[in-house]
Ligand binder design. Structure first.
Ligand SMILES: Cc1cc2nc3c(=O)[nH]c(=O)nc-3n(C[C@H](O)[C@H](O)[C@H](O)COP(=O)(O)O)c2cc1C
Length: 198
């Protein structure tokens, strides 16, 4: 960098938007921290509602108990939004149809959308975890656009070939796929060997 300062490579921004499935974001944060990653957490206003309603927690609680760096979604000048900051990847988990629409239109009106658009322009890894049922055509068209621009789309739809027994098992399935795409070693699920089907 030339200024003699230590830089910390490998920070991951996790955005939680207001789609159902806040538990996926919560578990993702936990597992990234356990893997030694620095995590910057940004939660939209609607994400706060789903976090509280579905997981009975708040972004502030997560910062206190999980140890993430919490950034204010209104602060589009925060580090997560910087093109020069050492951000490795941005994951929006879960990702609402609203946030998908904004990304497809290039709108960065809060720190979640801004950090994602910055990821696109800086060619950083951008992963979104959409959850909606059914999808409207506009969602599908927007996701097609995002996918063609190299956004990785990992839907919040667990597989059942692992024979999940609990909600945590199903959440771990999806989180494992996200970690795989972040190149984070994990054993959240049993890897398919090919010998399972006789
Ligand atoms: C309890 C609850 C569940 C919701 N679930 C979804 C959902 O699964 N998918 C979705 O796209 N929007 C869902 N929404 C609507 C979004 O929160 C809403 O569209 C909001 O504008 C998203 O804004 P954000 O992307 O800035 O978080 C839900 C809202 C609430 C209150």
């Amino acid at each position: 960098m030339g200024n003699g300062q230590d830089i910390c490579m490998g920070e991951v921004v996790v955005g939680i938007s207001g789609a159902s499935g806040a538990i996926y974001g919560l578990r993702l944060v936990e597992t990234l921290l356990r893997a030694g990653k620095t995590v910057r957490l940004v939660v939209t206003n609607s994400g706060r509602i789903t976090l509280q309603h579905e997981c009975d927690t708040t972004p502030e609680d997560m910062a206190e108990h999980e140890g993430v760096i919490l950034e204010d979604a209104k602060n589009v000048g925060a580090k997560s939004a910087s093109g020069s900051a050492p951000i490795e990847a941005v994951v929006i988990c879960p990702c609402s149809g609203t946030t998908i629409g904004k990304l497809a239109a290039g709108i960065s009106d809060n720190l979640v959308t801004r950090s994602a658009i910055v990821a696109m322009k800086e060619r950083r890894k951008l992963i979104i975890v959409p959850r909606e049922a059914p999808y409207a055509t506009v969602h599908l068209e927007n996701m097609t656009k995002l996918s063609s621009w190299d956004t990785i789309i990992i839907p919040a739809s667990p597989g059942f070939y692992q024979h999940p027994k609990t909600i945590d098992d199903m959440v771990d399935f999806v989180v494992s796929r996200i970690l795989d795409h972040l190149d984070v070693d994990n054993s959240l699920i049993n890897r398919w060997t090919g010998d399972e089907i006789q």
